[in-house]
Design a binder for this molecule. Structure first.
Ligand code: ZN
Length: 226
């Protein structure tokens, strides 16, 4: 649906409110209640003109500000939705450590810094994500097969037809509520391998207010590269 020259992707689902957001690639998407006619959808979206333009402006700004990280003292890195500053230390650590509110990295290991950070996020995510999967797989009535934490291109998680679920190690940067949503989203794909209204209804059943989690991902996704 094109409104003021902006192509807006509309998804209807069993929800009561309209939510509009900008995808990571800059597309504008809207989740709308299924009982609205196309004319009514246009009416509602038109009342959100200011918000859409504001979101698009923020998206542009974020993508321009996409940071190139340097592994120097003072640089901040995100973990579970909070920023922690990096402190270079003289002792050899063999890993990145989070201690007393600081990420610690050995000066001698600066060249391997990215690799060590990825290891940190992978091992933390493994720890955090298991109990979340356990909780929601029962609620959704699904049986995920294999679970992998890996590097995924431009995606937070993915799910195969066999029910294998993969999570990007970057998910460890997201706040725990957002992580819960990523898990619910992916587990719901075991039932619906698409983004149909049935899919969103399934998500909605176990997590009523997932809109703010989606918003967080849209707004912060771009700044999460290492
Ligand atoms: Zn999905």
């Amino acid at each position: 649906m094109v409104i003021w020259g902006i192509d807006i992707q509309i998804t209807k689902s069993n929800r009561k409110t309209v939510s509009i957001y900008v995808e990571r690639d800059g597309t504008v998407a809207a989740l709308v209640p299924e009982y609205l006619t196309d004319e009514e959808v246009i009416e509602v979206i038109k009342t959100k003109e200011y918000q859409i333009h504001k979101n698009l402006a923020q998206w542009t700004q974020l993508n321009e500000a996409k940071v190139e990280r340097e592994y120097v003292s003072g640089q901040s890195f995100m973990y579970l939705g909070r920023n922690y500053r990096l402190r270079l230390v003289d002792e050899k650590l063999g890993e990145v450590k989070l201690k007393n509110g600081y990420f610690l990295l050995s000066r001698q290991e600066k060249l391997k810094a990215k690799e060590l950070f990825v290891e940190f996020y992978k091992s933390k995510l493994k720890e955090k994500i298991w109990p979340i999967i356990e909780r929601y797989k029962g609620q959704l009535g699904v049986k995920p097969q294999e679970l992998k934490i890996m590097e995924l291109q431009n995606r937070w998680a993915s799910c195969t037809l066999k029910g294998n679920v993969n999570f990007h190690w970057k998910c460890a940067m997201a706040p725990i509520d957002v992580l819960n949503y990523i898990v619910v989203h992916e587990l719901a794909h075991i039932i619906h391998p698409n983004h149909s209204s049935e899919f969103w209804n399934t998500v909605d059943k176990v997590m009523a207010n997932y809109d703010s989690q989606i918003k967080w991902l849209r707004m912060n996704g771009a700044g999460m590269d290492l």
